[in-house]
Write a protein that binds this ligand. Structure first.
Ligand SMILES: *[C@@H]1O[C@H](CO)[C@@H](O)[C@H](O)[C@H]1NC(C)=O
Ligand SMILES: *[C@@H]1O[C@H](CO)[C@@H](O)[C@H](O)[C@H]1NC(C)=O
Ligand SMILES: *[C@@H]1O[C@H](CO)[C@@H](O)[C@H](O)[C@H]1NC(C)=O
Ligand SMILES: *[C@@H]1O[C@H](CO)[C@@H](O)[C@H](O)[C@H]1NC(C)=O
Ligand SMILES: *[C@@H]1O[C@H](CO)[C@@H](O)[C@H](O)[C@H]1NC(C)=O
Ligand SMILES: [Ca+2]
Ligand SMILES: [Ca+2]
Ligand SMILES: [Ca+2]
Length: 558
């Protein structure tokens, strides 16, 4: 993440510092698998390639969550409670019972305190139990495998197993005991049929807002969301839960770094973890606990990816319980890694402050070791501000072969109390209709030149009536950028038949800080860089850079 600091906080006169090789070494730090000393008795532990990937099941060695480093530093999730919002948890399972937090659990599907899964012959309701094991399965007990945060506590919130979902059930679930539950993991959302556009309703939105503002004593509930299983036919920016700023949306890679076939891409995904797909090897799935005391090697889908992220966040929270919901997102952005992920469709790119991202994987795969180390030293990010950068509310026609290009030039509320200088999330609130909604595609480019694909083609979506009504498309790709300047929105059609449509609104919403985050980290990282460096020349150069940056920071912050 050195690039980030450099571009964000150092003036252009020190550009040559950026060219030093050392920076990219830091970002993708090599880890020798043979150095890992984790000796656990759990029979499935060595099958859990997503924890430590030594090349099991034809995987790529080193492509994992780097949990071993976090464990070796002593972080295993102690004192942290993660709720699995799902179809229940087999809390009698011998690998889960000791970590089960009964007091924080509830069954909203049948209104009782016992979220035990309902029996069906086909084990349909095994999902929550499998997710729970990924987070909190106990270690060294000779049963199944181990959780990412194997000393954390897991709560069951049963809420998926009733005939209809209601706003009240969702809202009650995500606001259940927000002072006890630290992290909520959700592997559900609107139907992944490639034609649904839907999101949280009124009560659930309010519950989420209350969660991030008041949960955990005001530091904010951490909501982890699976980005969806709709594959290339769907776009997770059409899922208002995954695309919410208040959730951390997680996608998945398979054990050789490829995308899974069910992966949806979108600009609101923050980072990725692991799941199965494509591979026939039965051990390429996710090994975890299963119903009625069993274990499985075959947990799957982005559903399996979200709980892994919840586990990593539990390790970070143990390292620093002061982390806010935004700190967790910043840490994910800064420490996630490209590693050996590859997306055949979308390039990896760097945004205007040097952070590497991908349209499908977000900022890359979570790195538990990197995260706890940074979390330990982390200072809460500065206050967040919100700026309506501009709004176009006129009728604009869109036609196949003739895309609409609109621009908003903004000062990002500079000179006002709510000036946003360092971006976190950006939302483009769009009202548009079309003769075929699924053929619409929308891109937005920031003043620093970062293009976000806000909406890609969804071939199955044949809506011609509703369109998008004040829909908040979100991007995380411009994280850390300076939003001042001209933003460009491009709206066009892709597909066989000619289409037409009308855009009625584009409102650009900026969210972020006025003062530079990570000031302390910059200095510390430069210092450690200096300590490691053998070249005196480099030392001098870096010393100067630190001094200059501090001066410029002070002038910027005053
Ligand atoms: C792992 O632990 C077991 C039991 O404590 C011991 O017998 C075994 O030698 C250890 N293996 C390694 C590689 O340290
Ligand atoms: C699950 O566990 C039960 C009881 O231990 C056992 O009888 C059954 O065969 C197991 N099922 C599977 C699919 O492993
Ligand atoms: C958390 O915050 C408290 C109070 O501000 C402070 O004393 C403590 O050092 C912080 N802990 C960490 C790990 O930063
Ligand atoms: C889109 O909205 C415009 C203006 O309200 C309307 O005239 C047009 O018929 C609508 N088009 C579609 C495809 O719904
Ligand atoms: C948006 O970007 C994608 C990917 O670069 C491109 O294929 C598409 O044509 C663009 N659409 C518009 C409307 O500019
Ligand atoms: Ca029950
Ligand atoms: Ca175990
Ligand atoms: Ca979806």
């Amino acid at each position: 993440f050195f690039f980030f600091f450099f571009f964000t906080f150092f003036d252009s006169s020190v550009k040559n510092v950026f060219d030093q090789e050392g920076f990219s070494r830091q970002k993708r730090g090599y880890r020798n698998i043979n150095d890992i000393e984790v000796n656990l008795s759990d029979p499935l532990f060595t099958k859990q390639w997503y924890l430590i990937n030594t090349g099991q099941a034809d995987g790529t060695p080193g492509l994992d969550l780097n949990v071993a480093e976090a464990w070796q530093l002593g972080y295993t999730g102690k004192g942290v409670t993660i709720a699995i919002m799902d179809d229940g948890i087999d809390y009698l399972h011998p690998d889960l019972a000791s970590n089960y937090n009964a007091d924080a659990s509830y069954d909203f599907s049948s209104n009782d305190p016992f979220p035990f899964p309902r029996y069906t012959d086909d084990w349909f309701n095994s999902h929550g139990t499998r997710c729970a094991g990924e987070v909190s399965a106990a270690a060294n007990n000779n049963i199944c495998g181990v959780g990412v945060a194997y000393n954390s506590m897991v709560a069951g919130i049963r809420m998926l197993d009733q005939p209809f979902m209601t706003d009240i059930i969702e809202a009650s679930s995500i606001s259940h005991m927000p002072q006890v539950i630290d992290i909520y993991s959700a592997s559900w959302g609107p139907t992944d049929d490639g034609k649904t556009v839907d999101g949280p309703r009124e009560l659930t939105l309010q519950a989420m807002a209350d969660g991030v503002n008041k949960g955990r004593g005001g530091k904010g509930s951490i909501y982890v969301w699976a980005s969806g299983d709709g594959g290339s036919y769907d776009d997770c920016n059409c899922d208002g839960y995954a695309s919410s700023m208040w959730t951390i949306s997680i996608n998945s890679a398979i054990n050789d770094g490829r995308t899974a076939l069910y992966d949806e891409s979108c600009s609101s995904t923050l980072a990725s973890t692991f799941s199965n797909g494509r591979k026939r090897n039965p051990e390429a799935g996710v090994a975890t606990t299963d119903l009625y005391g069993n274990c499985t090697l075959r947990h799957s889908g982005t559903s399996a990816a979200a709980p892994e992220a919840a586990g990593v966040f539990a390790l970070a929270l143990e390292a620093n319980p002061n982390l806010t919901w935004r700190d967790m997102q910043h840490l994910s952005v800064l420490t996630s890694k490209r590693n050996q992920l590859h997306d055949e469709v979308h390039q990896w790119r760097r945004n205007g402050v040097g952070l590497e991202f991908n349209h499908l994987f977000g900022y890359g795969v979570l790195d538990a070791g990197g995260m706890v180390k940074m979390a330990k030293e982390w200072k809460t990010v500065p206050e967040r501000f919100h700026c309506v950068a501009g709004s176009i509310q006129e009728i604009h026609k869109i036609q196949s072969g003739n895309k609409l290009v609109l621009a908003i030039t903004t000062e990002a509320c500079q000179g006002k109390d709510n000036f946003v200088r360092y971006l976190e999330h950006v939302q483009a609130v769009v009202t548009v209709n079309a003769s075929r909604r699924g053929d619409l595609n929308i891109n937005m480019t920031s003043p620093m030149g970062t293009k976000s694909i806000l909406l890609s083609r969804r071939p199955r979506d044949d809506d011609s009536k509703v369109g998008f009504d004040k829909w908040p498309f979100m991007t995380t790709h411009t994280w850390g950028e300076d939003p001042r300047g001209t933003w460009v929105l491009e709206v066009g059609f892709q597909g066989e038949e000619p289409q037409r449509g009308v855009l009625k609104e584009w409102t650009l919403m900026l969210h972020g800080t006025q003062s530079a985050p990570y000031i302390d980290q910059i200095v510390r990282d430069y210092q450690s860089k200096l300590a490691m460096s053998k070249k005196e020349e480099l030392e001098e150069e870096l010393d100067e850079a630190v001094e200059r940056s501090l001066k410029s920071l002070m002038s910027k912050n005053n």
